[in-house]
Design a protein around this ligand. Structure first.
Ligand code: F6P
Length: 344
């Protein structure tokens, strides 16, 4: 067989481990030819590719961050309009099956291709952990350990200066990194996109902690967090994103300034940003990525197309791409209530 592979969307620790597992299984075990398309869907739109073999170079990819194939975000409208071009590239290269590794956007495009008869098996990735129908995505554990280590460090400096520290973590639509890192590192408050916050309540919580003699306050803020309507505080838009939508960047910075203004406490803000996505994956993510790659290659050989590999408990299963891309997996109320039990 000839199998195409691509990595799409934001990069994520573990992408190379999936590529390695696909190559070792499909090329190493079954003798398939593996064609890696470069820079996500762009490689298919522009017919740019490299050939991957089960050799030493591929074998050493397990612990390497980023993606050797390169990645890109592609506007969904451009993708929709380019489906014909993508199918032509697949035909021109004699591709029998495609394994797209990506987040919501990449998997949605994979689902469209599948609807048009292209044999596809998707692999979910994202540090944000917001892909539905899988318990977890690789990359999340790495981001979580980076964020937790950073917050551990902020505790000591915040305490020394008796400061309020806001730490902004990634998570545009879902607060998984925030709730998990907040709980792992004993944050005093965690704000997530799923639960709009009230600045008065945030200020009251900070004042209570200092009044009872505690020396610092750590608040983890997911980047997609936003204030409740009528809470007397609105975020200023920070520009336009790559798809032309208004982008609200800098929520922690803006909230920090507002807290200082309202209660006069010294606030410092740390934005962890892309540090959370860089570098080597944790052992947990290497194992999950390797299992996803192995099962994707095996699904191709079993002719189980239109599916996405997914972790359920300790098993890797297949779920229909159409099902997995219906909605994002957000932090449920119950999970946020568990986090809340440790606020203040
Ligand atoms: O991959 C998802 C994500 O990590 C989001 O949490 C974050 O908002 C976004 O990527 C940042 O993407 P970019 O690399 O395009 O700035």
């Amino acid at each position: 067989m000839r199998i195409g592979v691509l990595t799409g969307g934001g990069d994520c620790p573990g992408l190379n481990a999936v590529i390695r597992a696909v190559v070792r299984t499909a090329n190493g075990r079954y003798g398939d030819a593996i064609v890696g398309f470069e820079d996500g869907w762009r490689g298919l739109l522009e017919d740019r590719k490299i050939h991957l073999h089960n050799d030493d170079r591929t074998d050493r990819l397990l612990a390497k961050g980023g993606t050797i194939l390169g990645t890109a975000r592609t506007n969904p409208d451009v993708l929709r309009a380019g489906l014909g071009r993508i199918k032509r590239t697949l035909d021109d290269n004699g591709i029998d099956a495609l394994i797209p590794i990506g987040g919501e956007g990449t998997l949605t495009a994979a689902s469209w291709l599948s609807d048009e008869g292209v044999p596809v098996v998707g692999v979910p990735k994202t540090i944000d952990n917001d892909i539905d129908c899988t318990d977890v995505t690789f990359g999340h554990d790495t981001a979580l350990s980076i964020a937790s280590e950073a917050i551990d460090r902020l505790h000591t400096t915040a305490e020394s200066h008796q400061r309020v520290m806001l730490v902004e973590v990634m998570g545009r639509h879902a607060g998984w990194i925030a709730v998990n890192a907040g709980m792992a590192s004993g944050a005093h408050l965690t704000l997530v996109p799923e639960v709009p916050f009230d600045v008065d309540e945030v200020c009251a919580m900070i004042k209570r902690r200092f009044q009872r003699g505690d020396k610092h306050f750590i608040c983890v803020v997911a980047e997609g967090s936003h204030p409740a309507e009528n809470s007397g505080f609105a975020l200023r838009a920070g520009g336009i994103d790559e798809f032309g939508h208004e982008r609200f960047t800098g929520v922690a910075q803006q909230l920090g300034a507002e807290i200082e203004r309202r209660i006069g406490k010294e606030v410092r803000t740390t934005v962890l940003g892309h540090v959370q996505r860089g570098g080597s994956p944790t052992p947990y993510d290497r194992v999950l990525a390797t299992r996803f790659g192995l099962h994707a290659a095996e699904a191709v050989h079993a002719g189980q197309f239109g599916q996405m590999v997914a972790l359920h408990g300790s098993n890797i299963d297949l779920v229909p791409l159409a099902e997995a891309t219906k909605q994002l997996k957000r932090v449920p109320d119950e999970r946020y209530r568990e986090a809340e039990a440790f606020f203040g």
